[in-house]
Design a protein around this ligand. Structure first.
Ligand SMILES: Cc1ncc(COP(=O)(O)O)c(C=O)c1O
Length: 470
């Protein structure tokens, strides 16, 4: 018999139990595409309507069984964290009210909640909220995209009308070998071409080598190109490395280049005592990317873009039309300052997470993740593993003399761990070319006991206790 609850009541019962049960579920799923497709075909006929209460258990069961659970305490993976209650509730409320944030007059409460939240985070980043602009984005890629558009608008007055053809000297932007690959897609999309992205080698600490950068910029300028932007990464995807922010900002100033800090991952450092000093200099960058759906544990996606120069932002996203409501008196119309037009209420989940935990609570959660990463590092060292990266963020890259020095051997080991379903780790090539295993403490629910499980799984897979792996 169908239980006497409404679909909303069903949801309210289900949501808390997801986090409560997560630690007992397998982290990974080995389902094959055909199994999922057959299940869908068998259970759902979209020509017909089906009562939600009949369909929801099946959908929920699919999600439970056939997902790599990134909110699992033993998901030591990419930057997809466990989610705060405030984040989940914020996501649901935003969907239910569905305010349109394109213009202030349609969503005064929502636009001002976003502004209030961003002003608070600007304070943490050391930015002056009065003179800077900030907005939520779909994710880090969109925020990086926004930064490149603003930098091009600022540095090449003809680019807005004529694209790359209007630029004096082929535009060149510089990223470290550890930077996120979104910059290649972005260079493609903005019409300067993927070859415009110049990869600067890293030094022994995997940080952008500023001497090499200087040399490349001089050589490119001599060859008739126009270096216009340098991207410092604060929390590289593979290793959690933070580039030398102060030196790169100073370099950009001297060269007249736009300096962007891609702190999509590492931005959360400004919320912790322990990590804040490592982000020194971030406040002087021209623009910053910071993803709340990475370090602040809110559901995807909640990117943020911060910029110290309102003019190029406004110029880049200006629009004139008759069908949108007239701008309000203070001119803060989100669709005129951002890449998006229709805008969902992304900021509510960030706001409610901050309401729930406060800055002090975030400090505690993030400090906890760093402390768990310390336990992992010690356990690896005790087990004879070498630590290959020195990130202050809760991210560890490591290898073992018994694992062949190839990416494939590391991938095989990571795959063997994942296959057993107890933990999720990956293999990466570091910015200096070394292969490594990578474990990021991305969940605030991860405990030393979870680390102990990970360590025993890695060790057992390395010595082939569960079968030969490479
Ligand atoms: C350093 C860095 N920048 C940008 C991105 C892209 O962010 P998103 O996946 O939110 O678009 C990532 C994603 O992991 C990243 O690690």
């Amino acid at each position: 018999m169908v239980p006497m609850v409404t679909p909303f009541e069903w949801l309210a019962q289900q949501l808390p139990s997801i986090a409560a049960r997560m630690g007992d579920l397998p982290v990974t799923s080995s389902v094959q595409p055909q199994q999922v497709r057959s299940f869908l075909a068998e259970h759902f006929d979209l020509e017909q309507s089906t009562p939600l209460l009949e369909a929801l258990p099946a959908v929920s069961s699919m999600l439970e069984r056939w997902t790599t659970h990134v909110t699992h305490p033993r998901y030591f993976g990419n930057f997809n964290p466990s989610v705060t209650d405030g984040g989940v509730i914020g996501e649901a409320l935003a969907a239910a009210w569905n305010p349109q944030l394109a213009v202030w007059c349609h969503a005064p409460a929502a636009v001002e909640i976003e502004r209030f939240t961003l002003d608070f985070l600007m304070g943490k980043l050391g930015l002056d909220a009065e003179s800077c602009l900030a907005h939520f984005t779909g994710g880090g890629s969109e925020a990086n995209h926004t930064a490149v558009i603003c930098a091009l608008t600022q540095c090449f007055p003809q680019w807005a009308e004529q694209g790359a053809a209007g630029c004096e000297g082929a535009p060149r932007l510089y990223v470290s070998a550890g930077a996120h690959d979104s910059f290649f897609k972005i260079a493609h999309a903005v019409g300067i071409g993927r070859a415009a992205v110049r990869i600067v080698p890293v030094d022994g600490d995997l940080q952008m080598d500023v001497t090499a950068l200087r040399k490349m910029v001089i050589e490119d300028a001599r060859a008739g190109c126009t270096p216009f932007m340098v991207v410092a990464t604060a929390g590289s995807t593979a290793a959690g490395t933070i580039d030398p922010l102060k030196r790169l900002v100073a370099f950009g100033r001297v060269q007249g280049m736009w300096v962007h800090v891609d702190a999509a991952y590492g931005g959360f450092g400004v919320l912790t005592e322990r990590l804040r000093p490592h982000l020194d200099g971030i406040a002087f960058a021209d623009s910053i990317t910071f993803d709340a759906h990475k370090g602040m544990s809110v559901p995807m996606g909640a990117g943020m873009f911060f910029c110290r120069h309102p003019k190029p932002v406004e110029a880049a996203f200006a629009a004139a039309n008759s069908y949108m409501p007239a701008p309000t008196a203070d001119g803060s119309e989100p669709y005129l300052n951002t890449l998006q037009w229709s805008r969902r209420f992304i900021g509510l989940k960030v706001f409610l997470s901050l309401v729930e935990h406060g800055a002090r609570g975030y400090d505690t959660l993030l400090e906890g993740q760093c402390a768990v990463a310390d336990v992992l590092i010690q356990g690896l060292i005790d087990g004879g593993w070498q630590i290959l990266s020195q990130s202050p963020l809760p991210m560890v890259c490591f290898s073992h003399q018994d694992v062949r020095a190839s990416l494939e051997a590391h991938e095989n080991l990571a795959a063997a761990v994942r296959k057993r379903g107890q933990a999720w780790i990956s293999a990466v090539t570091l910015a200096d070319g070394q292969p490594a295993l990578r474990a990021c403490v991305t969940s605030f629910r991860t405990t030393p006991a979870d680390v102990a499980t990970l360590l025993s799984e890695i060790q057992a897979c390395r010595i082939g206790r569960f079968g030969h792996i490479s």
